[in-house]
Write a protein that binds this ligand. Structure first.
Ligand code: G1P
Length: 296
């Protein structure tokens, strides 16, 4: 089957890099302008043809469930006030897709989170989208680029982008040979290698289309790097059994799990917004003038 209907969005982490903001709310609800970051991910999935989404949550994740549910009181209020744009915006979120939730009871790693989706996925290929990676491509969403690839080849595919060599140890890194302009046939994947061990600088950037045989492998996968059950370790085995591809994704990637990446994402979205662009550029100009010393 070459249609990808289901997607998993793991959202069970503690968000330690954003404490204390994430003490009582999930990091996926931190806003990029006026939308929580997880909404961008859900919208990307829907724009890529996904019909059913499973969000894997942990403790403190009620806000995510509420966000994608109706808020009848708010809807009625907006309607009564005649705020119809806001009303349809709020209504859209609650009706955009079939969104389901499951709780990962222990945080044993990304591989374990994906394994929690076994019953939901059943026996069909599925997508995984990681919330820390926003890949901004207004003309073709990152996951859609992969869905189109998958339609053609029918192989498990991971989304990659080049990263500086000094940063390879933050990512899953692929090894393989290039078979098309942006396409690689893989022979291995390594989770967070040291720069001198990395076979390439092509990093997995939080987008996957995976065959369901991964679940049997994940059920047997031992904790790997960081003592966690790693999705990359299970993919490595799946690659040996079935082969695998990587697609270099087009789009500006923001690692919003990182404070600097988060700020850059906000600035980048603001610079594209008709409402904010001019104000932001004027403000930045002013700030820079104050900070850059005037030449003598
Ligand atoms: C996870 C994956 C890693 C991938 C990265 C992308 O790591 O394990 O392979 O490259 O996401 O963001 P994490 O960032 O959760 O440590």
């Amino acid at each position: 089957m070459r249609t990808i209907r289901k997607a998993i969005i793991p959202a069970a982490g503690f968000g330690t890099r954003f404490l204390p903001a994430t003490k009582a709310q999930p990091k996926e609800m931190l806003p990029l302008i006026n939308k929580p970051s997880i909404q961008y991910i859900v919208e990307e999935a829907i724009a890529s043809g996904i019909e059913d989404i499973l969000i894997i949550t942990g403790r403190n994740k009620r806000a995510i469930e509420d966000h994608f549910d109706h808020n009848v009181e708010l809807e009625n209020f907006l309607k009564k006030q005649g705020k119809l744009d806001e009303y349809s915006e709020v209504l859209k979120i609650a009706t955009m897709a079939d969104i389901h939730f499951i709780r990962q009871k222990e945080q044993l790693g990304l591989g374990h989170a994906v394994l929690c989706a076994r019953c939901f996925v059943g026996d069909e290929p599925f997508a995984v989208l990681l919330g820390d990676d926003i890949i901004d491509n207004p003309s073709k969403p990152a996951l859609l680029q992969m869905v189109e690839q998958y339609r053609q080849y029918g192989k498990t595919v991971v989304g990659v982008q080049p990263v500086p060599t000094a940063e390879v140890s933050k990512y899953g890194i692929i090894s393989g040979r290039q078979i098309g302009e942006a396409l690689y046939e893989l022979d291995d994947l390594i989770e967070k290698p040291a720069p001198e061990e990395a076979p390439t600088n092509l990093a997995i950037v939080g987008r996957y289309i995976i065959h369901p045989e991964i679940f049997a492998i994940l059920a047997e996968t031992k904790p790997g790097r960081g003592g966690e059950i790693q999705l990359t370790d299970a993919l490595r085995e799946l690659c040996t059994k079935q082969g695998m591809q990587a697609l270099a994704l087009q789009g500006e990637r923001h690692d919003i799990g990182d404070k600097w990446g988060y700020i850059k994402a906000i600035l980048s979205f603001a610079l594209r917004s008709d409402e904010l662009r001019d104000k932001l550029t004027a403000f930045l100009r002013e700030q820079l003038q104050e900070r850059i010393p005037v030449a003598p």
